[in-house]
Design a protein around this ligand. Structure first.
Ligand code: ZN
Length: 109
């Protein structure tokens, strides 16, 4: 997925819409990427977040772009985190998993 696509996804999508689109939030800690006067040990901790859990806690209408500011690396405590929405499971795997609130949040309700 290109940087441009990512930005579009983050800017326009709600968690619910991302869920229906089969996107999965992948996070990566950026600590150590920045060049500064103090040498910082790179972290690079990366994982995939559970989107359905996020919907349970934040709500289906929560905007995707807002997640980034709420994320904190559990390994180093760094707040500089990169969030990428990557295509996940097949449409068949998602069939029957449509959650009404997600449909509403995506504007299809
Ligand atoms: Zn980290």
């Amino acid at each position: 997925m290109s940087q441009e696509t990512r930005t579009l996804v983050e800017a326009s999508q709600t968690l619910g819409a991302a869920f229906l689109a089969g996107l999965r939030p992948h996070v990566r800690c950026l600590r150590g990427k920045r060049m500064g006067p103090v040498k910082v040990e790179p972290c690079g901790h990366a994982t995939e977040l559970d989107l359905e859990s996020l919907i349970w806690t934040r709500g289906a209408k929560y905007p995707c772009w807002r997640l980034t500011s709420r994320l904190k690396c559990p390994r180093c405590g760094g707040m500089a985190v990169e969030l990428a929405w990557l295509p996940g499971g097949s449409p068949a795997a998602r069939a029957g998993r449509d959650l009404h609130q997600c449909v509403v949040a995506s504007g299809r309700g």
